[in-house]
Design a binder for this molecule. Structure first.
Ligand code: AMP
Ligand code: ZN
Ligand code: FE
Ligand code: FE
Length: 275
């Protein structure tokens, strides 16, 4: 039998991935994984959709989410695991994010229209549970405004580009509290993307439970720094691919993963979180 591998970071059609939660379950098994957590942006719907199939096919599933948050105005992604998905605090934060995105997306659509790139905001909003920039980028490709999704980001949608709107963000503190209230753990996502040393130093002093040490296709040497932090703090060392399907070519499900020990710790935690 293959040794146990679980991918703890991927996105479904409940946010900006191209695979449905059920398709992710089947894809994980095809890739030889035995465990999975679907970590949609600001949305926890995938778990309930994927769980019956995962149980039937024998894939171990734990609840997951990737919340957008901010610390001193800097954007920080927080991964959450093993929380109760129907906890009122979680549902409340998801609703706040949904409203935040609606407002922010509306402002981005306005900017794009001013740049002579009108899009059908209503149709796009109806089609996605968590509408984000990748959806807007895809719509721009479909309309022929840009050649590709990376092109849309580079020219218009990336931070600092003319159609970018940051929108309201919720604090890391609030996000941590919410995950802990719902019985879950909170993890610093892809720490290499936080290029502000002061912010990283501050995050490391906050009551996180872990840090994402294994990410995408990075090799071991890139991870040492995060492993050392986790060891020092006694934190969980999580990992995953950040698989998005077709909108992120070259990143396959399972290209980063954790073994049975980390997964089991989360699984135990999940059993406590679910009454
Ligand atoms: P949003 O949550 O709407 O701010 O969108 C953020 C998501 O956009 C990220 O999680 C990625 O999936 C995607 N993204 C961010 N930057 C890029 C980029 N330069 N090229 C392609 N996708 C990107
Ligand atoms: Zn994404
Ligand atoms: Fe992220
Ligand atoms: Fe992600």
């Amino acid at each position: 039998m293959n040794s146990f591998r679980a991918d703890l970071h991927c996105h479904s059609t409940c946010s900006d991935g191209t695979f449905t939660p059920e398709e992710l379950v089947r894809h994980a098994l095809d890739k030889g994984l035995q465990g999975l957590s679907i970590t949609d942006h600001d949305n926890v719907s995938a778990y309930a959709l994927a769980k019956p199939l995962a149980d039937r096919l024998g894939l171990a599933l734990i609840s997951g989410v990737e919340f957008s948050a901010e610390l001193r105005g800097v954007s920080v992604h927080v991964l959450g695991y093993a929380f109760q998905t129907d906890h009122p605090a979680i549902l409340d934060l998801c609703t706040k994010h949904k409203n935040r995105r609606a407002q922010r997306n509306h402002e981005m659509f306005e900017k794009l229209a001013q740049l002579d790139m009108p899009l059908d905001e209503e149709a796009l909003s109806l089609n996605a549970q968590t509408l984000g920039r990748p959806h807007i980028a895809q719509a721009m490709v479909d309309k022929g405004y840009v050649d590709s999704i990376p092109d849309a980001f580079k020219k218009f949608l990336a931070e600092g580009r003319p159609a970018y709107v940051r929108g309201e963000l919720f604090s890391v503190e609030e996000t941590l509290n919410t995950l802990h209230q719902a019985g879950g753990v909170a993890i610093i996502a892809h720490p290499h993307l936080i290029d502000r040393p002061r912010i990283l130093n501050q995050l490391v002093e906050m009551p996180f439970d872990g840090i994402e040490c294994f990410y995408s296709r990075f090799d071991k040497s890139r991870n040492q720094r995060w492993i050392r932090i986790a060891e020092k703090k006694g934190w969980l060392m999580t990992g995953g691919s950040d698989f998005h399907g077709m909108v992120k070519p070259g990143v396959e499900l399972g290209c980063s993963w954790v073994g049975i020990e980390t997964f089991q710790q989360l699984k135990d935690r999940q059993q406590h979180a679910v009454p």
